[in-house]
Design a protein around this ligand. Structure first.
Ligand SMILES: Nc1ncnc2c1ncn2[C@@H]1O[C@H](COP(=O)(O)OP(=O)(O)OP(=O)(O)O)[C@@H](O)[C@H]1O
Length: 310
């Protein structure tokens, strides 16, 4: 049941605004792909184009090789959670799902399956009017899973969830990817993506800035800086500089070392008989890596906002 989503050369203008400017990326099966970028970068527009809710001026978005409009039973190909608030308040959760299933020619048995998968059992008979945002998100996910699709797309699924809901959502997405599904997840919460996504598509100004593994991105942003705590600062500086490292004193007993790995620093100090109490490699967070990548896109927007009105 594996399928990819292939977005190629999407362009879209709304009047004077360029929303998409050559957006190109692939969402692969068996992975959670995080879709991130500053406000207005074109994430929602891309998701709407994938779902056939918006037409691009140029380019294609294919789900398992087909544009959305050509899919015979769309729910069997792609499930999406775009707006958790779009519910008929008078219906119970179960009736909402039954209605959706019926409209797509799916049986009631699938409804019971997805109620269980989304952990909605205890509230399935309650009217959705009183649902918390967390329950609405679960209901949206249950709806997205009705057709057992190989592709799942979620727009900001962590929004408004409490800590327990966040853990549930994260584990659930990992489980969907482990089943071989392609999961595309837009989020502004880098801390959540760090623990959830395998891959990251970073966008800015309507195009892709980076398309990379989460681990690789963090590795690249971490650089090769090592923090060293020692009571023999000048001996350590001499030994490390001699080995070709760049060394800067950051505190009375702390040095920042570039150009050597932490292992190398430990070996070198040991061989030189220089005492030290701590050696640690700097590891960037996904948040830091992301800020670095998107700085230009955000600066562009901030500068545009400051331009005087004409
Ligand atoms: N229907 C529309 N009419 C006019 N402009 C639009 C429309 N939809 C999107 N835009 C503009 O296109 C650009 C891209 O918007 P989009 O909502 O896709 O970005 P986004 O990355 O999802 O942002 P956010 O993170 O804020 O949700 C923005 O400048 C937005 O104002």
């Amino acid at each position: 049941m594996e399928a990819t989503v292939e977005v190629t050369g999407l362009r879209k203008r709304y009047g004077p605004t360029t929303a998409l400017d050559g957006m190109t990326f692939t969402v692969r099966p068996g992975q959670v792909t995080g879709f991130v970028g500053p406000n207005g970068a074109g994430k929602s527009t891309t998701m709407r184009v994938i779902l056939g809710l918006d037409t691009p001026d140029e380019g294609t978005a294919l789900i398992g090789g087909q544009p959305y409009r050509n899919l015979r039973n769309p729910l069997n190909h792609i499930g999406a959670l775009l707006d958790a608030a779009a519910l008929q308040p008078g219906r119970t959760a179960r009736n909402h799902l039954l209605w959706l299933a019926h409209s797509q020619g799916l049986g009631a048995r699938r409804v019971d399956d997805v109620i269980e998968q989304a952990g909605l059992g205890p509230v399935a008979g309650r009217r959705t009017a009183g649902f918390s945002l967390g329950m609405r998100q679960r209901l949206g996910i249950a709806a997205a899973l009705l057709g057992d699709p190989p592709v799942i797309m979620l727009d900001e699924p962590f929004n408004g969830l409490d800590p327990e809901g966040i853990v549930w959502m994260r584990d659930f997405q990992r489980a969907l990817a482990a089943q071989g599904r392609a999961v595309l997840l837009s989020s502004h919460l880098m801390s959540e993506l760090q623990d959830t996504a395998d891959h990251l598509v970073v966008v800015g100004r309507g195009r892709v800035i980076a398309d990379t593994g989460v681990r690789e991105l963090i590795g690249a942003a971490s650089g090769d800086r090592v923090t060293l705590r020692t009571s023999a600062r000048s001996e350590a500086m001499t030994a490390l500089a001699y080995a070709g490292a760049t060394v800067a004193a950051t505190d009375r007993d702390t040095l920042t070392v570039s150009g050597l790995t932490a292992e190398h620093v430990v070996t070198l100090l040991g061989e030189s008989g220089v005492p030290f109490s701590e050696v640690s490699a700097h590891r960037a967070t996904l948040e830091e890596a992301y800020m670095e990548l998107t700085r230009d896109a955000v600066e562009f927007r901030a500068a545009a906002a400051e331009e005087p009105a004409r």
